[in-house]
Design a protein around this ligand. Structure first.
Ligand code: EPU
Length: 427
């Protein structure tokens, strides 16, 4: 991605459906033999990868234009999620709960570490064991079996988003009531509960830290619109703040971004809220403001890298503390190469601004780190080349086109520097 910095953003951008809601929603389609129709699904690479996995399991998955997916798992012909897929996308572990609940068995590759931390799935496995699954880990695979899962009291030691989702899907078809305490409260959990309830599940308390799930014997087909992507929304707020300008962000849920909006307001950025839209106006100079990542409704770890890019351009010193993942500062070295003043001490990054950024060749290491480099490129003088943008395409739907629509000078180039006409988002 080639970015020439220094252009303020103006105009309107529309937010896509949430990747991290669409992924569990798609997995939930395995819980019924009827058709589930999802709309507002972002056509990003992770969605294509998961659709491929569902097809391998025997589901029929059909994409329609405009972010619609119809999935029907009339017969499940395989219960195995292979290493090749799970290693490219950890969210593949979300098939574990549905496969166990529907088929009584599952064989899912252990995901292993990733660029942002170790990311174990021990809490998913412990919870499913409490529900009666027999689980062993062999040759890098989780092998799980059960008769019918039974309701259980689950307490998560750590808040886990996909862990909560796996248990919700398993418990929807279990025998009896499951109570999940210290459940994740992220809007994506609410979105999954809404879909499952439309399919006939009985889930109460989504959005709070205690979930009650009364198991049913079967689920049916449903239609569901995926919630807007709060991290994409936050990324565009940050883009306007760092590049300068005045933009409107449409089709979003400002109420899902309380912590992000308040934090970015503290830096001097003006943000006006409508029911499903935001107007963002950047100030002449931003003030530094410290932040700590936390589970929802706290400041999301998925916005930490983008917020760091912003802080490199704010006046003063800020500290960013990453409490969710132990290794989520891969963007720091690349931001430093562009001139940012950032020092990492354990889980805290100390940013001193505003240090002028200059365009450079940088390397994307994971999805949100890549977004922070694009933001830095918008503020830098000269040309920034962000390599390995496939990370961006895993989770942002046409981010380059959307930024270009706001007036940014950004284009995809091939390895020789020539323009890339075709979209690379896997759609
Ligand atoms: N954890 C455990 N054991 C477990 C599960 C989690 O120790 O069994 C720990 C993790 O190591 C981490 C913390 O608990 O320290 C929270 O991890 P969580 O399970 O909540 O993360 P996740 O479910 O794997 C989802 C998102 C991530 C997002 C995190 C935190 C999806 C598909 N992924 O991951 O999104 O960062 O929640 O909000 O929903 C992204 O989109 O870029 C992304 C990485």
């Amino acid at each position: 991605m080639r970015i020439v910095g220094g252009r303020p953003l103006e105009g309107t951008v529309r937010i896509s459906g949430a990747k991290n809601a669409s992924l569990p929603d798609l997995c939930a389609t395995l819980l019924t033999d009827q058709t589930v129709r999802l709309s507002n699904v972002p056509e990003v690479r992770d969605i294509r990868t998961l659709a491929r996995l569902l097809s391998d399991l025997g589901a029929c998955v059909r994409f329609e234009v405009g972010g619609i997916i119809e999935a029907r798992a009339a017969d499940i012909t395989s219960v195995e999620a292979p290493y090749e897929l799970v290693k490219t996308m950890r969210a593949s572990v979300l098939v574990l709960g549905p496969l166990l609940a529907r088929c009584g068995k599952a064989r899912v590759s252990l995901p292993g570490g990733c660029a942002i931390g170790a990311r174990p799935i021990n809490l998913h496995l412990q919870a499913l064991e409490k529900m009666g699954a027999r689980i062993r880990v062999e040759s890098g695979f989780v092998e799980a079996q059960c008769e019918r899962l039974r309701g259980a009291e689950i307490y998560f030691d750590t808040v886990t988003v996909t862990g909560t989702e796996n248990v919700m899907m398993a418990a929807a078809l279990a025998d009896g009531e499951t109570v999940v305490r210290n459940a994740a409260c992220e809007p994506e959990i609410g979105d999954l509960a809404e879909l499952l309830n439309a399919m006939g599940a009985r889930i109460q308390g989504a959005g709070g830290s205690t979930l009650r799930i009364e198991g049913v014997t079967s689920l049916r087909g449903a239609e569901h619109k995926v919630v807007p992507d709060r991290i994409e929304t936050g990324t565009f707020i940050a883009a306007c703040a760092i590049a300068g300008g005045d933009i409107e962000i449409r089709d979003c849920h400002p109420s899902h971004l309380r912590a992000v909006i308040e934090k970015i307001r503290e830096t001097g950025v003006r943000i006006e809220e409508g029911p499903d839209n935001l107007r963002v106006r950047s100030p002449r100079a931003m003030k530094a403001s410290s932040v700590s990542t936390l589970p929802y409704p706290g400041f999301p770890t998925d916005m930490q890298a983008q917020y760091m890019a912003l802080m490199t351009q704010a006046t003063g010193t800020s500290t960013l503390t990453e409490t969710i993942f132990e290794n989520r500062y891969m963007h720091v070295a690349e931001l430093q190469r562009m001139g940012a003043s950032v020092r990492v001490e354990g889980r805290t990054a100390i940013v001193t601004g505003a240090a002028p950024l200059s365009g450079a060749q940088v390397m994307a290491t994971d999805l949100r780190a890549s977004a922070s480099l694009v933001l830095a490129g918008l503020a830098a003088t000269g040309t920034t080349i962000v390599n390995r943008v496939y990370h961006l395409d895993r989770g942002y739907f046409r981010i380059d086109e959307k930024l270009r629509g706001l007036g940014a000078d950004i284009e995809r180039i091939d390895e020789k520097g020539g323009p890339v006409p075709a979209r690379e988002d896997g759609a």
